[in-house]
Write a protein that binds this ligand. Structure first.
Ligand code: ADP
Length: 377
């Protein structure tokens, strides 16, 4: 008989930080969480040293049964989470080109765990995996196919762990099997993405080759005419790396308003700040635009689901989005919307043709659950 998997450590290893959560999967409880910062820049010298700090913080636990790792990119190789073996590690290393900043940190976290927690199984859970069911008509770009064949340039999508988690929760809420549920899922945080889910599977998503595409985000511009980028690069003589920083770190809500934080922007808009007002309307417009499109893509959604820091908490943004969905027969229940904060709630009115529900996401728990599922086989 296989050993019971009780304590699962979840690691989210970034380029200069390492976040962790420890779960008791039998009780279904989180036991601990924490963050080690400034890795390689004043704090611990590398991910192994950072992890050693985590182990000390946890009181040198000897009873960790498994470790789940958030990994940015699974390319077309990983359509599912995977138990880490030498062969899986080699394949993951071949995907560093898709995330030159994040992937080495993610893989460094796994290697640190292999060194420190000898014999404890590691599972890699990919941000892209849930989106691997997208048909070619949604995933391919209209450019010379040689770039797909040689370089793997196509849409991959991200936040997959979160979208998958809320699909499962929404199916339960709607009392339908996952395989029969059609949804538009909206993950709205600092980074945001929408997914079109048909019969429980992803058929389209708003992020692309990288997390830059789609929604207006905290510091990312989202969808933009590629020729606009070329024009700016030419005019300002930007290198690709500088253009990358401009579009990923200095655009979006931050560029429009001076803040990437939705709370600040809502407060400023309330006081009559015109750019804050415009930013919120751009955000709401683009979200509603995607919801309308994805409702068509899934052949009629059973529900629109919102999650992430903004989706779970911002009644102002939700009201602006839902206010633009009248053509779908969707109506907001203003009172329910005003009350809903960080909990499962329906914010659409009784007569709404499609319900709009809030479901808090929990990516770390989803990673822990997947870790147990993969190891149980
Ligand atoms: P990340 O993508 O980094 O995980 P989160 O999901 O935590 O981000 O979302 C962060 C966003 O959520 C920020 O824009 C923040 O302003 C917004 N947010 C959090 N709480 C609230 C709130 N009470 N009202 C409005 N926006 C909120």
């Amino acid at each position: 008989m296989k050993k019971q998997i009780r304590k699962v450590l979840v690691i989210n290893s970034g380029s200069s930080s390492l976040k962790y959560q420890l779960f008791d999967m039998v009780k279904g409880e989180r036991i601990a969480k924490g963050l080690v910062e400034r890795i390689g820049c004043g704090g611990p010298k590398d991910h192994t040293e950072a992890l050693a700090n985590v182990v000390a913080e946890l009181g040198n636990p000897k009873d960790i049964d498994a470790i789940g790792h958030r990994v940015l990119h699974g390319g077309e190789i990983f359509k599912e989470s995977v138990k880490v073996t030498a062969a899986a590690m080699k394949k993951m290393k071949s995907l560093v080109k898709f995330g030159p900043l994040h992937m080495p940190a993610n893989l460094g976290g796994i290697e640190a765990c292999e060194r420190i927690f000898k014999g404890v199984p590691n599972v890699a859970v990919f941000d892209t995996a849930f989106h691997q069911t997208m048909p070619d008509c949604a995933a391919q770009y209209a450019i010379d196919p040689k770039y797909y064949k040689k370089m793997g340039i196509r849409k991959y999508g991200f936040h997959g762990t979160s979208h998958k988690f809320i699909v499962q929760e929404a199916a339960r809420l709607l009392k339908k099997p996952v395989s029969k549920v059609n949804l538009v899922t909206c993950h709205m945080g600092n980074g945001s993405s929408l997914a079109a889910v048909k019969n429980g599977e992803c058929v389209d998503t708003s992020m692309g080759l990288t997390p830059l595409a789609g929604m207006v985000m905290g510091t990312r511009c989202g969808d933009i005419d590629a020729a606009a980028v070329l024009a700016i690069m030419a005019a300002e003589k930007l290198t690709p790396a500088e253009a990358d920083t401009l579009l990923n770190k200095k655009s979006g809500l931050l560029a429009l308003t001076g803040s990437s934080d939705c709370r600040d922007i809502c407060t400023a808009a309330e006081k009559g700040d015109k750019m804050a007002e415009l930013a919120l309307e751009m955000l709401a417009y683009r979200t509603a635009f995607y919801i309308g499109g994805y409702n068509t893509v899934v052949g009629g959604a059973d529900a629109i689901v919102m999650t992430g820091g903004i989706g779970e908490n911002s009644k102002e943004v939700r009201e602006r989005i839902v206010g633009r969905l009248g053509a779908l027969g969707i109506k907001l229940d203003k009172k329910a919307n005003a009350k809903a904060r960080g909990v499962v709630a329906t914010i659409s009115a009784k007569g709404s043709k499609i319900p709009v529900v809030i479901i808090p996401t929990n990516e770390e728990l989803a990673i822990a659950q997947d870790t147990v599922r993969i190891l149980k086989g």
